[in-house]
Design a protein around this ligand. Structure first.
Ligand code: 4NP
Length: 157
């Protein structure tokens, strides 16, 4: 089972989502069956580690993400991954547009898994540390809902 988190730059929200989700997967003992990655629709930050502010706030929340490196999302990702989670409406639209006909990944909004299908994870890039805290506060319940959903789906396969 492979899960990809996508935002615009792949240095703030999607690596944060990956860090939160992979910690939860590890905590629940599913690391051997669930793999994670993240990517950006934009290419400005390719090869870079997550934004320092995301790393700082992440560490305060108990998430280490310095090992992650930004990459751009590719149409092949729709074959490689089972789930692709968009952080906001713009990411979602761009992903939908690049989805190949043969793509098998299920595309969804991240916050849908926190029972908030119309909500976006707000871009913190031009904000301050409190905006990064908001991101992590939003991602935790969404990551929990996503993992429950995936485990449930695997049980019924
Ligand atoms: P992210 O935040 O999409 O959450 O990684 C952003 C990072 C960089 C830019 C925009 C958003 N940027 O314009 O460079």
């Amino acid at each position: 089972m492979r899960v990809l988190f996508v935002c615009l730059g792949n240095i703030c929200r999607s690596p944060s989502a990956e860090a939160v989700f992979r910690a939860l997967v590890a905590e629940r003992g599913h690391s051997s069956i669930i793999q994670t990655d993240s990517a950006g629709t934009g290419a400005w930050h390719v090869g870079n580690p997550p934004d320092e502010r995301a790393q700082l706030v992440g560490r305060q929340y108990g998430y280490e993400m310095s090992d992650l490196r930004a990459r751009q999302v590719m149409s092949e990702d729709f074959q490689e991954f089972d789930f692709i989670l968009a952080m906001d409406n713009s990411n979602y639209r761009n992903l939908k547009r690049m989805r190949p006909d043969a793509g098998r990944a299920q595309l969804a909004m991240m916050m849908a898994f926190a029972g908030r299908p119309n909500e976006e994870v707000p871009d913190p890039y031009y904000g301050d540390l409190s905006d990064y805290e908001t991101v992590f506060d939003m991602l935790k319940p969404a990551a929990e809902g996503l993992l429950d959903h995936i485990l449930n789906e695997m049980k019924h396969d």
